[in-house]
Write a new protein. Structure first.
Ligand code: GLN
Length: 205
């Protein structure tokens, strides 16, 4: 089965590890760029989670030792799930204020977009996932204000996308690892599985 790496520089990485443990998935905390690759130079994990937290703080760590460059090239092909600050890092256009990113996911995202009064909230909304509406925990959440043509919106809040997918990339502006619902992580595991089948098929043909 799959091994999922979790970027563990700062933020809510432990909660992701617990959620994946509940799904019987092996995880590996990633703290240095060399942990991303095997000695042969292939990715050391089948998928990667970039957690919520503070994107500016994560960027400070990523700007050392070529971490940002290694991660940028990895997320071109490795299934990656960014939550909140992780979604900000994946976006190719960050606003309020503009900041650098991995530029992998074709969205524009505005940081801290919900203002002070309602900066953190829990709400339940329908999604394209099977089953009941999903509980979403928002903490100083960003807002996705543009999605490119390749981006599929799986859930919205007040018309703005909060869960999006683009090929091997998944991003949420809320924190699925802080709720009890495993469906968003399961969706990411399905994405990893289909990506593996797909890459093997490509190699075989
Ligand atoms: N406000 C944070 C940022 O801009 C994101 C908040 C979160 O990850 N919960 O990076």
């Amino acid at each position: 089965s799959a091994t999922v790496g979790i970027l563990a520089l700062q933020g809510a990485y432990e909660a992701h590890a617990k959620t994946l443990a509940a799904l019987d998935v092996t995880t590996r905390l990633i703290r240095t760029p060399d942990q991303l690759f095997t000695l042969e130079g292939t990715p050391s994990v089948d998928g990667l989670i970039i957690p919520g937290g503070e994107s500016t703080t994560m960027l400070k760590f990523l700007e050392r030792n070529g971490f940002l460059e290694s991660l940028s090239s990895l997320v071109r092909t490795l299934p990656t799930f960014g939550t909140c600050a992780g979604a900000i890092l994946l976006a190719n256009d960050v606003q309020n204020p503009p900041q650098i990113s991995l530029s992998a996911l074709d969205i524009t995202i505005e940081r801290n977009a919900y203002g002070r009064q309602i900066d953190s909230s829990i709400l339940t909304a329908p999604t394209k996932l099977p089953g009941a509406p999903l509980e979403m925990v928002f903490i100083r959440a960003p807002r996705i204000t543009r999605t490119g043509p390749e981006v599929e919106t799986l859930a919205t809040r007040d018309e703005f996308p909060v869960l999006v997918r683009q090929g091997h990339l998944l991003a949420a502006t809320f924190h699925p690892e802080l709720g009890h619902d495993l469906r968003v992580h399961q969706l990411f595991l399905d994405l990893i599985a289909s990506h593996r089948v797909h890459s093997h098929a490509t190699v075989d043909s």
